[in-house]
Ligand binder design. Structure first.
Ligand SMILES: *Cc1c(COP(=O)(O)O)cnc(C)c1O
Length: 394
């Protein structure tokens, strides 16, 4: 059996998105900045894609800037707010569970003299909007809180935080990379000033995404050069990728209700099955999470070994985030919800596709159950737990 259960890392391109992009690779390859008709056809496709993307999130076309993906959009949003802020406004509020594209940008700003408050989350992996409100200061120039967490799938109270920020006149950015195309997102309902999204998380191509910046929000360009994207992002546009992104986004929204329903069923069946493994725990709130996210900790094992053995059984899964796996640091998200180092190392994230069958789900549950038992059979940590030399935490 082959089961791809790592859709939070990336998704397969949809047939419709591939078909939409092909003409712009082979036939309509003109530069959108050129004046002859070949270029103008590309330009029209680009602007049509911009209107579609804008409509999909309740924005206006002028408020969409195409980028190379979610990371660039996060970098540009946060850097713009910091660079554009008045000299006496050098404080930023965020959470402890953001994506590295946000966290590392903020770390750079800290070195440049900004002060960052990282609001913690509860054991449920959800930030309390009141904690964000109390972190605000007179010198706060930005609040950045993700829409849905990429590791544990928890949904954050974005609308509430947006309302608080608007009342206090503080710009609000949200990294909505895991949300757009999966759950309803609307920039005006959610009171956001800037929002990041990425095509490859909703069955579009890799290397393309967008930043929404509300009318009046000033952006700093990270890439200098030509006047593309109205001077906010230089470089010849990735026309084929952008057209495919618009198609993938429309398709995801058309299928959203059906897919979310199928994924919620799959998720809850998996959670029920994996919860039967002794000394295991679900990470993040069971209900306030993305339809397709399952994330567990198993005591006494290493997540990396678990992944390799699941791969042998045809299952593609992940431990923590793709960026963290491969390093020895446990996930900052799991630490933020109170998992201790040892336990955080034994984590597993499963983000299946909506077409997963019950048989496949049961195969995943059986495989994880067997592999966890096998790994524990020669784990020194597990032996200490069984002997009573260490206390069980889960
Ligand atoms: C994947 C992801 C990103 C990065 O997007 P890229 O397009 O891969 O650069 C940023 N934030 C979150 C929450 C993500 O899941």
């Amino acid at each position: 059996m082959k089961i791809y259960a790592d859709n939070a890392a990336t998704t397969k391109m949809s047939r419709r998105a591939v078909d939409a992009m092909m003409p712009y690779i082979y036939d309509i390859y003109g530069n959108p900045s050129s004046l002859y008709s070949e270029g103008q056809r590309a330009k029209e496709a680009l602007e049509e894609a911009r209107r579609r993307v804008a409509l999909a999130i309740g924005a206006e076309a002028k408020e969409i800037i195409f980028t190379s993906g979610g990371s660039e959009a996060d970098n540009q949003a946060i850097t713009s707010a910091a660079v554009g802020a008045r000299k006496n406004k050098r404080h930023i509020v965020t959470t402890a569970i953001e994506h590295h594209a946000v966290l590392h940008t903020l770390e750079r700003l800290e070195k440049e003299g900004f002060e960052v408050t990282r609001v913690g989350v509860g054991e449920d992996g959800v930030v309390d909007a009141r904690d964000v409100a109390s972190a605000l200061r007179d010198d706060t120039c930005l609040v950045t809180v993700m829409y849905a967490n990429n590791e544990i799938g928890t949904l954050q109270p974005v609308k509430e935080i947006g309302r608080i920020c608007r009342e206090r006149g503080v710009p609000f950015h949200t990294d909505a990379v895991q949300a757009v195309g999966h759950i309803p997102v609307n920039v005006s309902d959610d009171n956001v000033d800037m929002l990041s999204a990425s095509a490859h998380k909703f069955h579009g191509p890799k290397g393309v995404g967008f930043l929404y910046a509300k009318r009046g929000v000033r952006l700093q360009n990270l890439i200098e050069g030509g006047a593309q994207e109205r001077g906010r992002r230089a470089g010849t546009e990735n026309v084929a990728g952008i057209v495919a992104m618009a198609e993938a986004l429309d398709e995801s929204i058309e299928n959203m209700a059906r897919d979310a329903c199928a994924l919620t069923r799959a998720r809850d069946r998996m959670i029920a099955g994996l919860s039967k493994i002794p000394h295991s725990a679900l990470n993040g709130d069971a209900a306030r999470r993305l339809p397709g996210n399952v994330n567990f900790c198993f005591e006494g094992i290493e997540g990396e070994s678990l992944l390799l053995l699941l791969d042998d059984r045809g299952i593609s899964a992940s431990s923590g985030s793709a960026c963290t796996s491969g390093s020895l640091d446990p996930s900052h998200v799991l630490l933020a919800i109170g998992r201790v180092h040892d336990v955080a190392h034994g984590s597993l994230r499963l983000t299946p596709s909506p077409d997963i069958t019950d048989d496949e789900i049961d195969y995943v549950i059986k495989s994880v159950t067997e592999v966890v038992a096998y790994l524990r059979s020669f784990s020194p940590v597990w032996r200490d737990l069984v002997n009573g030399q260490k206390q069980h935490i889960l």
